[in-house]
Write a protein that binds this ligand. Structure first.
Ligand SMILES: Cc1cc2nc3c(=O)[nH]c(=O)nc-3n(C[C@H](O)[C@H](O)[C@H](O)COP(=O)(O)OP(=O)(O)OC[C@H]3O[C@@H](n4cnc5c(N)ncnc54)[C@H](O)[C@@H]3O)c2cc1C
Length: 156
């Protein structure tokens, strides 16, 4: 990293940024064409992966099928500082391979990970909207296996 004074090296803090994030902006590439798309995610710290859900077809799936390499960023936006021409932030950049999840048991796990990550009361959601085999079959799920992760924060 160019500005080493801004690098976050503490892996606990890096995990915390992933835990507090609600969506990731994911960069994909097909031949020499980039595509950047924003997705809600759930962080699975045991597997060191991010899970996403999506429609069963679409442009990002076409990109992933052509090239599973992905790079994503999550920002903890601490706000623009008026008069200082600067923005306070903590952020991470994740590099890895994006897998299309086909296995029903893993899809169910992905739902759980996302609910635990995104919902204030995941048990309530599970009670009110239990997942069905039909809904799992219809929904697309992605898993970004994290190969490398970097963290950075603004000065001050
Ligand atoms: C905060 C946030 C959270 C989101 N969470 C999810 C999620 O969990 N799951 C999910 O599937 N989607 C989510 N979305 C929507 C997501 O960004 C995509 O729109 C969606 O996944 C469809 O992508 P696709 O490649 O299949 O697009 P397609 O339906 O195939 O359409 C591709 C075309 O739509 C345009 N496009 C696609 N997405 C956007 C966009 N967001 N804004 C403007 N133009 C766009 C592309 O430029 C391209 O021209 C979220 C968006 C935001 C902003």
């Amino acid at each position: 990293m160019n500005r080493q004074d801004k690098e976050i090296k503490d892996t606990t803090e890096i995990s915390e940024i992933l835990r507090q994030g609600r969506f990731a902006t994911v960069g994909l590439c097909r031949a020499d064409e980039p595509y950047v798309v924003t997705l809600s995610y759930g962080y699975d710290s045991e597997r060191n992966a991010l899970y996403f859900h999506c429609a069963a077809k679409g442009l990002k799936l076409d990109f992933i099928k052509a090239n599973p390499n992905a790079c994503a960023t999550v920002v903890d936006d601490l706000g623009y500082v008026q008069g200082e021409c600067s923005h306070r932030y903590r952020s991470v950049v994740v590099w890895g391979l994006m897998a299309i999840v086909e296995d029903l048991a893993e899809k169910e796990h992905a739902v759980r990970v996302m609910q635990d990550h995104l919902e204030r009361d995941p048990e309530l959601v599970r009670r009110n909207s239990p997942v069905t085999t039909e809904s799992l079959e219809k929904t697309g799920f992605l898993r970004l296996d994290i190969r490398e992760i970097t963290g950075k924060k603004s000065a001050g």
